[in-house]
Design a protein around this ligand. Structure first.
Ligand SMILES: NC(=O)c1ccc[n+]([C@@H]2O[C@H](COP(=O)([O-])OP(=O)(O)OC[C@H]3O[C@@H](n4cnc5c(N)ncnc54)[C@H](OP(=O)(O)O)[C@@H]3O)[C@@H](O)[C@H]2O)c1
Length: 253
């Protein structure tokens, strides 16, 4: 066994790695000895992340909702070694209005990016992980939105709850193979995604902080390192779980 929290030689695909939690996770995995495949749509940002990492990486430019991009990511991972991990992190929340005003096109857009893409990346990655014979890890980025009826982002909330359902199903199906599947559910983490929401509704910023037991929002690193834990041998008997990283947000009544 490696040092339990180390990822030496492990190859991990991270979607949405050009900024925010995905970028932070790329740094944390790389600092832990892993190699990373960075996936997102913005080539310049991905190249900048790759250049700043201490370890090996590959860049795959494309939209996660295109299943061909998942295949390209798995092929890029093979250039780095045996595939160990997949972090389905890419996610969007571009609309902010009541459920009754949410259009089918908006639903379809969020479902494609937040949910279906995680399914197609998992489908592409599982055979490559299984072929190694040593198992692997899938980490899905859920949210406290899966547990609470946060107003004005109904489709986002629904995709996160559905991701957790997928996590449990994959965990049961893949348990015997040693591929462990978990969700991580952050509270409010300071990234562009949250910035856009706060800009759309400034009262939200105050609400996010006041509802969190720790009295503050979280940093990208505080979301990224728990993901490294789930990718590591230290989490070797965990599967089908949703791990909250929310500063006590859901603990509060
Ligand atoms: N921040 C929070 O407070 C928070 C809380 C709970 C859960 N989460 C979840 O954590 C994940 C990351 O959130 P974040 O706050 O880090 O978001 P972010 O800062 O907006 O970053 C999103 C990342 O996803 C990529 N992306 C977006 N759409 C894509 C697409 N169609 N194809 C490929 N890549 C795409 C973006 O890159 P490009 O634009 O270059 O493609 C970017 O790298 C999301 O799943 C989010 O729901 C975040």
């Amino acid at each position: 066994m490696n040092e339990p929290f180390a990822l030496d030689g492990r190859v991990v695909i991270i979607t949405g790695a050009s900024r925010g939690i995905g970028k932070g996770t790329a740094h944390a995995v790389s600092r832990s000895g892993g190699s990373v495949v960075l996936v997102a749509r913005t080539a310049d940002d991905l190249e900048a992340v790759a250049a700043s990492l201490p370890g090996p990486s590959r860049v795959v430019v494309g939209a996660v909702e295109d299943p061909a991009v998942a295949d390209r990511a798995v092929a890029a991972a093979a250039e780095l070694g045996d595939l160990w991990g997949l972090v389905n992190n890419a996610g969007i929340s571009p609309y902010y209005h009541p459920a009754a005003e949410t259009s089918d096109d908006e639903w379809d857009h969020i479902l494609r990016v937040n949910l279906r893409a995680a399914a197609s990346f998992s489908r592409a990655a599982i055979p490559a992980m299984a072929a190694t014979g040593r198992g692997g890890r899938i980490v899905n980025l859920s949210s406290i939105a899966a547990f609470a009826g946060l107003p004005n982002i109904v489709a986002y909330n629904a995709t996160k709850a559905a991701l957790d359902a997928m996590t449990r199903t994959l965990a049961v199906e893949l348990g015997p193979t040693g591929i462990l599947v978990n969700s991580i559910a952050p509270g409010t983490i300071t990234t562009e995604l949250v910035g856009e929401l706060m800009d759309a509704n400034p009262a939200l910023a105050e609400k996010f902080v006041s509802k969190t037991a720790m009295g503050r929002v979280g940093t990208v690193d505080e979301a990224a390192w728990p993901i490294v834990f789930l990718l590591s041998d230290a989490a070797g008997f965990m599967t089908g779980q949703v791990m909250l990283v929310d500063g006590g947000r859901l603990a509060a009544a």
